[in-house]
Design a protein around this ligand. Structure first.
Ligand SMILES: Nc1ncnc2c1ncn2[C@@H]1O[C@H](COP(=O)(O)OP(=O)(O)OP(=O)(O)O)[C@@H](O)[C@H]1O
Length: 666
């Protein structure tokens, strides 16, 4: 072949891969066999030289080269060099691990040189890129005489959709070793596949399938036999490894890509997610005799090439080194150098400052735990009355018969047990400052009248007294109740409502805040600081996913408690699902269960029973239903709020909120 410059006629005396690649070199690329000038050329010289169209995404290079670097020790004390090229054959990493391979090899291994078959003729890497399979060449099987002293092998590394992203190769001057090296290059290439997939495949979720349960070793540890799939938010399969295809009995990526996971595996993404959160072992039946163990992992950053690995992929971390994976970051990013700006609070504060100048009362509404109290403290601290007191009154916590004297004070000897000197009320205490009336919706009707008088006249008459005191206070009231609704059903005075409602701020529930994840990240940083941990702890991707999806019925209060508990429970540097508090896990499971229970058939059944009941009790609106359910549960538990909340599958704050809104009492 070298002498005639012809490709061989038959394949009986030369391996088919050699014959075919020589044929390509002569007929397709017009190369001259044995020519000394067939050196690898810098990719810049090789314009249009690449037959393979996909150039490796440069973002992947750090991960790939770190992987290759970590393979080096395997080659210690050998005459073997390790090569890594991008998909076009351009060398992006080369390492001469063992004995000196000599100046020619060193020239061949310069970074940026092209091992593309069109440039240098057939060789392990360039040819593997063309045929999409591992291949080995020995000495004069190479087209270029430059490669005659060597054996070269190459192995393609595929992306999530089956295209080649890189080539891993070996070169040695111990020529007869080519076929042995071919066996050797398969091992690291196979080891790299799952790691590369995790680094590179897009998708919100990663599904790992394993032919049978591994009974020893930590769960989730990477396994050579694992098939990996990446799924988008809607549950569509957008990437798969070859092992994954094989496990499911498919030949091509096109057979499954862009199909719903439910169509391929009979299980929806929501089901996979909720079963994972419940910590269930997931087994999928792919055919009569084959069951696969499935692991479902939420990833942090779907579009980036560097995405998080599964919780226990120790090997993945080792292979990819420090820079390979990015984990435990919130899915949306805030530049950590910038101070946290809470847009909701900032806008409320700006408006409140103007209202304060004119002494206009403020009404703050929102569910329990959204930060109403927090906002009032900030309004006071940042407003023109900051050098005067902020006085808090929780209208729900003070017994009904005492609230009058709490607010307005009492005159000496005005009632049995009263202090001889009398007592200043909260209004007078708050003079020139701010009076915060929390849970205003819980105030009794008769007191509402006195409060209205005080607000209208700015004069306070203590209980049992007759001499009024003039006060200058800004009143801020807050409530979880639907005050307008209470006005409608007569539980709250209309005139007082208008008096308090000079301006209203509604604080959104956490689940509706567009900056929810940033707020979580901020509060986590606050917790890191508060607990004075040496090295900042981070939240794992799985925990982020739960936090992102959870409806947070207890809002920021619940979030802070969960974060505080997580921080205390996390022994390592990263919070895992197992570090979440038990009651929070129960709440998540209850929500997940609630979602699953909402199957169409069950809804129908519920409706038909519900309709009959509604007709009997004349329940027309959703509020009628809620009030009926709460009343029934309160009756069953003899008014015990905690038990009632449990019976109704809700939290105490939510129950209080609903009771107040619906005007219900124990
Ligand atoms: N924007 C915020 N940033 C940081 N922490 C907050 C924020 N909002 C609320 N918190 C914290 O969340 C917890 C609950 O807030 P707060 O007591 O103000 O809620 P609330 O709406 O007044 O609840 P409730 O109606 O039950 O009284 C507090 O620990 C508070 O410090």
């Amino acid at each position: 072949m070298v002498q005639t410059g012809q490709s061989p006629d038959g394949v009986d005396w030369v391996r088919p891969q050699v014959a075919e690649s020589w044929f390509r070199c002569v007929a397709d690329y017009g190369l001259v066999p044995g020519a000394e000038q067939l050196w690898p050329r810098n990719a810049a010289d090789a314009a249009n030289g690449g037959r393979v169209e996909h150039s490796t995404n440069r973002d992947l290079w750090p991960s790939l080269t770190t992987i290759a670097f970590n393979l080096q020790p395997l080659l210690r004390d050998t005459n073997v060099g390790l090569l890594l090229t991008d998909a076009t054959g351009k060398l992006i990493h080369a390492m001469e691990a063992g004995a000196n391979l000599g100046p020619i090899a060193r020239r061949l291994m310069r970074l940026g040189e092209s091992w593309n078959e069109r440039i240098i003729g057939n060789n392990g890497l360039g040819t593997a890129a063309v045929i999409g399979q591992p291949v080995a060449f020995d000495g004069k099987e190479h087209f270029s005489s430059v490669l005659h002293p060597f054996a070269t092998v190459g192995h393609p590394l595929h992306s999530h959709d089956g295209t080649i992203v890189a080539l891993l190769g070996l070169i040695t001057d111990k020529r007869p070793a080519a076929q042995t090296l071919l066996g050797f290059v398969r091992s690291p290439a196979t080891l790299l596949k799952p790691n590369l997939f995790e680094c590179q495949a897009p998708g919100r979720f990663l599904l790992r399938l394993r032919a049978r349960r591994i009974s020893i070793g930590p769960a989730g540890e990477n396994c050579l036999l694992d098939g990996l799939f990446s799924l988008d938010e809607a549950g569509k399969i957008i990437g798969a490894t070859r092992t994954g295809l094989e496990l499911l009995g498919y030949e091509r990526h096109s057979d499954i890509l862009f199909q719903q996971v439910k169509t391929i595996l009979g299980v929806s993404v929501d089901e996979l997610r909720s079963r994972t959160y419940r910590g269930e072992f997931i087994e999928l039946e792919v055919s009569d005799d084959r069951r696969l163990h499935a692991e479902f992992v939420a990833r942090n950053n779907a579009s980036s090439t560097n995405v998080p690995s599964s919780p226990d992929t120790a090997m993945a971390r080792d292979m990819c080194g420090h820079g390979g994976f990015r984990r435990s970051k919130p899915p949306r990013h805030r530049d950590s150098r910038e101070p946290w700006r809470d847009a909701v609070l900032e806008s409320a504060l700006q408006k409140a400052a103007k209202l304060q100048e004119q002494n206009i009362p403020i009404l703050i509404t929102g569910e329990s735990g959204v930060g109403k109290d927090h906002l009032v403290r900030l309004i006071h601290a940042n407003g023109s009355r900051k050098s005067h007191p902020l006085v808090l009154v929780n209208c729900a916590a003070i017994p009904r018969e005492l609230i009058s004297s709490e607010l307005f004070g009492y005159a000496p000897g005005s009632f049995t047990g009263a202090r001889t000197g009398g007592k200043q009320g909260k209004f007078v205490e708050a003079d020139k400052g701010v009076l915060f009336l929390d849970e205003i919706g819980d105030m009794a009707l008769d007191l509402q009248t006195s409060l209205l008088c005080a607000l209208d006249s700015s004069e306070i008459v203590p209980v049992g007294g007759s001499k009024p005191t003039v006060v200058d206070v800004q009143v801020i009231a807050a409530t979880n109740s639907d005050l307008a609704g209470c006005v409608k059903n007569g539980a709250f005075r209309r005139d007082l409502y208008y008096r308090l409602n000079g301006a209203q701020f509604w604080l959104p529930p956490l689940r509706e805040r567009p900056d929810k994840l940033d707020l979580i990240q901020h509060l986590w940083e606050v917790e890191n600081e508060a607990q004075g941990v040496e090295q900042d702890k981070t939240l794992s991707a799985e925990v982020w996913d739960i936090f992102e999806r959870h409806p947070w019925p207890g809002n920021i209060r619940e979030l802070r408690n969960v974060l505080r508990s997580c921080m205390a429970m996390t022994s390592g540097s990263e919070t895992q699902i197992s570090d979440l508090p038990d009651d929070f896990m129960r709440e998540i499971n209850a929500f997940a269960q609630g979602q699953e229970d909402n199957e169409p058939g069950q809804v129908h059944l519920f409706r038909s029973q519900a309709t009959q009941e509604a007709e009997a009790l004349e329940l027309k609106t959703l509020s009628d239903w809620e009030a009926h359910a709460i009343r029934t549960a309160l009756k069953e538990t003899s008014g015990n709020i905690s038990q009632t909340a449990r019976v109704l599958g809700t939290t105490r704050p939510t129950l209080y909120h609903k009771m107040a809104r619906l005007g219900l009492r124990r």
